[in-house]
Each structure stands twice: as structure tokens, then as C-alpha cells.
Design a protein around this ligand. Structure first.
Ligand SMILES: NC(=O)c1ccc[n+]([C@@H]2O[C@H](COP(=O)([O-])OP(=O)(O)OC[C@H]3O[C@@H](n4cnc5c(N)ncnc54)[C@H](O)[C@@H]3O)[C@@H](O)[C@H]2O)c1
Length: 174
């Protein structure tokens, strides 16, 4: 399968990408490295379970084996549209987001742009190209200390933006 992973150079993305490569999929990663690291995508042949595959470091923007990594912003819809046209992704794991609560308080407009506008643009592309979409939400959309996890009541800008993207995704499913 051709699979797009946004935020693939991040903490969770690295392991998602590794698992997809191990399963034999072709993976495209877009990450602006605002919180991720290119080195997170340096897999050893041992990790990949490949005997003749690429080992070690590679440079950004270079296609190595079944992994393509581009330093870019999910809000750059021209890059993403071209990728969707060229590679016809069947699946998109959307992990790119601002996860730093303090940054979301200090720079709410930037967080809104990344989380809400970025996700909305991606949802539109997935709809246009009939690509399935896997979204990572966060416990921060729930009211603090509500152990039932039923009350959607975020108290931070970060959680509020995620809540909005949850809603965008629900609407897009209809
Ligand atoms: N780590 C957790 O415990 C946890 C818990 C709940 C939810 N989540 C969610 O999982 C997802 C991944 O979290 P993580 O812990 O791996 O965070 P992370 O910060 O390590 O990964 C997110 C990646 O997205 C990238 N990114 C941010 N904005 C971008 C943009 N505009 N364009 C391209 N790339 C961008 C960052 O550089 C980073 O590499 C997030 O959506 C987060 O809210 C994580």
C-alpha cells in the first residue's frame, strides 16, 4: 500500500513508520521538524528486518528504498496535493500536531493553523482522493479529572484545537 504519515519524524511517528516498512508498505513522511528529528527515520536493516535494504542515515528529501521523507508543512497543500496525485495514497496516518501545551498557550494562532487548518486541508485531500484517514486525538480534549472520559471540555488551546479537528473529521465522514 502507498501510505502517507504526517509527523512521521516524531515520537510516535517513528514507530508507526517502522512498523509499516516492516510490513512491506511504501511510506511517505512529511514533517516540518518543529518537534521531530530526521534521525528518528534512520532505521537499521536489523530493525527493518531487511537483509539487503538500506541501512543507516539518509538525507531529507531523498527517496531511500520504500521510504520517502520530505521536510515540509502539512499546511503546504500544493506539496500534498502533488503527492496525492502522484502516489494515490490509500491510507493516511495523521500524527502531525503541536503537542507542547505551553507553546499552544504562547502561540495559539500557530497551533490553530497546524492543528485545525492543517488537518482540515488533509481531510479534504483524503476525501478528494478517496484515502482512508487515521487521526490521533488526545486525552486533552476531555475534562481534567473526569475519569469517565465522557465530558469533552478541554481547558487548553492545544486540547481545544484537537477538539475542533475531531469535529472536522466527524463531518468529513458523513
Ligand atoms: N505522545 C503521547 O503520549 C500522545 C498522547 C495522545 C495523543 N498524541 C497525539 O499523537 C500525535 C503524535 O504525537 P507525538 O507524541 O509523536 O508528538 P511529536 O511532537 O513527537 O510528533 C509530532 C510531529 O509532527 C511534526 N509537526 C508538527 N506540526 C507540523 C506541521 N505543521 N507540518 C508537518 N509536521 C508537523 C513535528 O515536527 C513532530 O515530528 C499527535 O497528534 C499527538 O497529539 C500523543
Amino acid at each position: 500500500m502507498n501510505i502517507l504519515v504526517t509527523g512521521g519524524a516524531g515520537f510516535i511517528g517513528r514507530w508507526v513508520v517502522l512498523q509499516l516498512l516492516r510490513m512491506g508498505h511504501h511510506v511517505w513522511v512529511v514533517d516540518d521538524l518543529s518537534n521531530g528529528r530526521a534521525e528518528n527515520l534512520e532505521f537499521t536493516a536489523d530493525e527493518l528486518g531487511w537483509t539487503d535494504g538500506p541501512v543507516g542515515a539518509f538525507c531529507t528529501g531523498i527517496n531511500v528504498g520504500k521510504l520517502t521523507f520530505e521536510v515540509g508543512d502539512i499546511c503546504d497543500t500544493s506539496l500534498l496535493r502533488k503527492w496525492f496525485e502522484d502516489y494515490r495514497f490509500q491510507l493516511c496516518y495523521h500524527l502531525a500536531a503541536e503537542i507542547n501545551v505551553q507553546k499552544s498557550i504562547d502561540f495559539p494562532q500557530d497551533t490553530f493553523r497546524r492543528d485545525v487548518e492543517g488537518t482540515f486541508g488533509l481531510l479534504e485531500l483524503c476525501r478528494a482522493f478517496q484515502c482512508r484517514f487515521v487521526f490521533m486525538s488526545t486525552c486533552m480534549v476531555y475534562a481534567p479529572f473526569d475519569i469517565t472520559l465522557s465530558a469533552i471540555d478541554s481547558t487548553t488551546s492545544c486540547g481545544g484545537d484537537k477538539e475542533a479537528t475531531n469535529r472536522c473529521q466527524k463531518v468529513s465522514e458523513k
